[in-house]
Design a protein around this ligand. Structure first.
Ligand SMILES: [Zn+2]
Length: 197
């Protein structure tokens, strides 16, 4: 334990996801002991990101305008929608450079244990997007774990009544893991080898 404000800083970093007490302490001391570390820039960025960044009104991805850069890009294939749990998954798939369609971010996955049901996700918005017949294929790219699979099977059942091809990423992704942790080659291959449900 440290005195006052130093401990407060360590505690604050410790509240961030994936940062344990040791890392929190390391980050705090790095900031304290590194004169070149631009504290002002970081604090300004934190404030600015909260003020400027919002979520795309169409797909739910992070955006600085009403629509994200992907939804605004006319070169993207509007006949394809890739459904993901999280905006971080969009970034992971974009890094593969394999996919040129659009996205739909659900904002999580169905999880009875965590009390997350279909109504808590952006599923109604997805159905609205599919209504005009532009979309020909929906790729279910939820995480390869229990919640992700439950969400994918819920969506595939929901979409059977529509004239839309529904596919799921090929296996080969680390089971139980998150898409965001898959390497680009594996994720790219999972896209190419996606199977129609
Ligand atoms: Zn968007």
């Amino acid at each position: 334990m440290y005195d006052g404000i130093v401990q407060e800083l360590i505690d604050e970093f410790g509240r961030l996801p994936g940062i344990g007490p040791k890392s929190a302490q390391r980050i705090a001391f790095h900031i304290l002991q590194t004169p070149s570390f631009d504290v002002k820039r970081l604090s300004e960025l934190l404030v600015e990101v909260r003020e400027r960044v919002r979520f795309c009104e169409i797909c739910g991805n992070v955006a600085e305008q009403e629509r994200c850069a992907i939804c605004r890009d006319p070169r993207r294939n509007a006949a394809l929608i890739c459904v993901v749990e999280d905006a971080k998954d969009v970034a992971a798939i974009e890094r593969t450079r394999e996919y040129r369609g659009l996205y739909h971010v659900l904002g999580g996955a169905i999880s009875p244990i965590a009390g997350v049901g279909p109504d808590d996700l952006r599923i109604a918005q997805l159905m609205t997007r599919l209504a005009d017949g532009t979309v020909q294929e929906v790729i279910l790219a939820t995480n390869p774990n229990l919640e992700g699979e439950a969400t994918a099977s819920y969506l595939s059942r929901l979409l059977t009544t529509m004239q839309i091809t529904v596919s799921r990423l090929a296996s080969g992704l680390p089971v139980g893991g998150d898409l965001e942790y898959a390497d680009e080659v594996t994720l790219g291959r999972a896209f190419e080898g996606r199977r129609v449900l």
